[in-house]
Design a protein around this ligand. Structure first.
Ligand code: SF4
Ligand code: SF4
Length: 331
């Protein structure tokens, strides 16, 4: 463990089975997983906290937003994430180890194997020098880390779908983790989980890690490789403004009541459960705050120049309708 862990008053032993069950039940409640899910997540959290599941975190082309988001996790909280998730062997922002020593730590873990690799950011395949660790391009280290990991989690839309670094123009030849693995003949099947979002929601990542620690590879969408338990339903499906949509009652200006579709809302394209777990500890989220969903979990997010964050007018929504039909949503 190489993190600069702040001191805390609770020792690992002071976490009881009841604490893990409570945290597991909370996470399961957010994702509608029921009692069995609560027990599974509690078991997974306990394994993570007992260092039974090693975790390596590597960053490529990212703004570190998914790392910052992860540190805002509530269950467990940020202090616990840093101090208790001792199985986090290396993290570029949290670890005291840097430079050559960091590479040594990572290489040692790669040789050991049996770890979950979390990748944050897209991979600059066309410009390897765009991502360096200790002055060396990350690509080969990443290649070996991906090959020897028992499981890989692509955290955030950049890692999952290339996101903003992979947008039209793409000067660095950025690719997502899946494309990189396929180009390097690194097995993807039942090894890669995509957890998109800009950023990835901390509870989604913690729940995924806990599930993986307890039960291994989860049930995923076969095309997107996103866990069904988190990304199975669209924002639109469970949106509190859905009744306006059904009545064709659309807001014409920001701040008005009504469905935000005609103000550019892409909730029908974004598969994740923001309406239930919300953000910032359940305080609020985009649509409740009156802002249209910009589909930050969608593979299309920020990819095309003519695909602005907010799309006004009907013609830009052709893709929305098309995607909606493709996924078989009849609403
Ligand atoms: S279009 Fe947006 S605001 Fe309207 S119901 Fe769907 S997700 Fe909610
Ligand atoms: S509501 Fe949409 S844009 Fe906002 S965080 Fe959720 S998926 Fe992303």
């Amino acid at each position: 463990m190489a993190t600069t862990a702040p001191t805390t008053t609770r020792s690992l032993r002071s976490f009881t089975r009841r604490d893990f069950l409570r945290a597991g039940a909370f996470l399961a409640g957010l994702y509608g997983l029921g009692r069995t899910g609560a027990v599974t997540l509690a078991e997974g959290l306990q394994r993570l906290f007992e260092r039974k599941q090693l975790v390596l975190w590597l960053q490529c082309q990212s703004c570190s937003g998914c790392s910052v988001s992860f540190l805002n996790a509530d269950h467990p909280g940020p202090l616990d994430v840093i101090t208790r998730m001792a199985s986090l062997v290396y993290h570029p922002n949290l670890s005291a180890t840097q430079g050559e020593q960091a590479i040594e730590t990572i290489r040692k873990l790669i040789r050991h194997g049996h770890y979950v690799l979390i990748c944050e950011g897209a991979i600059p395949l066309g410009m390897p020098q765009a991502c360096l660790l200790a002055g060396q391009p990350m690509l080969e280290l990443l290649n070996d880390a991906l090959r020897n990991a028992s499981l890989v989690v692509a955290a955030g839309s950049c890692a999952a779908f290339a996101g903003i670094p992979g947008a039209e123009g793409n000067a660095t030849g950025a690719v997502c983790v899946r494309d990189f693995m396929e180009k390097r003949d690194i097995p993807v099947d039942k090894r890669l989980i995509n957890c998109p979002g800009c950023p990835c929601h901390p509870d989604s990542l913690v729940a995924t890690l806990a599930y993986v620690a307890a039960r291994g590879y989860p049930k995923v969408n076969p095309q997107l490789l996103t866990p069904d338990m988190i990304y199975g339903r669209s924002v639109h499906d469970d949106c509190p403004r859905f009744h306006y949509w059904q009545k064709n009652a659309f807001a014409q200006r920001f701040g008005e009541e009504g469905c935000l579709f005609k103000l550019g809302c892409l909730g029908p394209l974004s598969y994740t459960n923001c309406p239930h777990r919300q953000w910032n500890g359940g305080i609020n989220w985009c649509i409740r705050a009156g802002a249209p969903c910009i589909a930050c979990t969608s593979p299309e997010f920020a990819r095309r120049r003519d695909f602005a964050f907010y799309r006004l007018g009907e013609k830009y929504h052709a893709v929305t309708y098309h995607e909606h039909e493709r996924r078989g949503d009849k609403s």
